[in-house]
Design a protein around this ligand. Sequence first.
Ligand code: HAM
Length: 431
Amino acid sequence: MPRVPSEAFRAPKGVHDVLPPESGTWAELVARFADRAARSGYGLIISPVFEHIEVFQRVGEHTDVVSKEMYELTDKGGRILALRPEGTASVVRAYVQHRPTAPWKVWYVAPNFRYERAQKGRYRQHWQLGVEALGVDDPALDVEVIALLDGFYRDLGLTGVTLALNSMGDAESRPGYVAALRDHLLRHAAALGTEFRERVDANPLRVLDTKVPEWQEVVEHAPQLTEHLSDASRVHFEQVQEGLQALGIAYELAPRLVRGFDYYTRTTFEFQTDALDAAQNALGGGGRFDGLAEAMGGPPTPGIGFGAGIERLVLALEAGGSAAPSLRRLDAFVINGLGEVGSTKATLLVSDLREEGLGADRAYGGRSVNAQWKVADRSGARFGVMLGRDEAARDAVAVKDLESGDQVEVPEKELGTWLSDRRAGRSDATR
Ligand code: HAM
């Protein structure tokens, strides 16, 4: 067999494995998000990782994500496909295909693929938790969607998070604004080079959130979207703000928040964290996409949603020093001090504990008691449960708090209840 370079057996640049114990945090984040979404009436959608390329071209031919960063492939049948760069397009494609009854509220946890310059907080495969709600243009829905993400972050104890809010206007207000913006930008185009000019020609909105320092001054003095809203868009935006205020959700108006896709209309928002560099400070964001279903051949259907990066959330939790929530730890690690005959007893004990809803594990392979205690320490379990000869004579087990080292004896048949009480905080560690 030809020699394979060792690089081949490493994850490609910009992608990563998520391993225990960090993956425990991921599982907990997903579980909490799922619970919150379900409590607000959202059902899970699982959509394919790749689609016909046109699905994504609809969300922004003039955006970097679609025109420069997409993973495109041709399958063996000659179909031109693309790996999903974001979640909204697939959800809307599914809506148009299946025509579920509106309002249709779905949530997802899904990987997305973008050929980006890989750095901390920016990856070529990243994961998003998100929701999309279709079929309703009531501002109460905008408020619900924003509140869902706000509540999720608040629950996690994240600090240093700001909610930026804008309205992108609608089909009625946008053309007038875009014309005024283009005029303003073109007046400065000669000095700013061909790339600037090309962007303005393609879609002047795409220049508004530029990170290019030389462009920023011109952009800062550009006319603002919110000054050009149609009456309907203005009223909608005011109602969204009133709703957020009623719920006590703080926000900052961000007139240049256009976000990275062409589908946005009216409400757009982004939760930004001060824990990450400015280029990666968006924790999660979204907005309305009232024209997208129609652009995919469906009936005119308003919609709103958001996507929230999991990797960035984990980084922000770490940076903020808040204990990242972790999937519940093992309650007990069973140590067999009875030799060969004890192995079946240990199997039965962990099995019983697991059936009782507790987390339990054990060592394998007839290792010494000392070695088993070491595995117990590494396991992260709260208690070590020792099957010892003396205790066995009394139908009991020795239970050791693996943090404090305190030890007590517990009748074997009461072990499940004893551990459950500790889990529920009904009793001090080993008392
Ligand atoms: P987005 O702003 O492109 O929006 O991505 C949403 C979130 O995904 C970002 O705020 C960020 O946390 C995370 N993210 C994006 N790209 C990367 C990356 N390369 N590495 C790590 N994290 C990343 C969307 O994707 C829209 N589909 C959101 C939406 C849903 N709008 C309406 N509905």
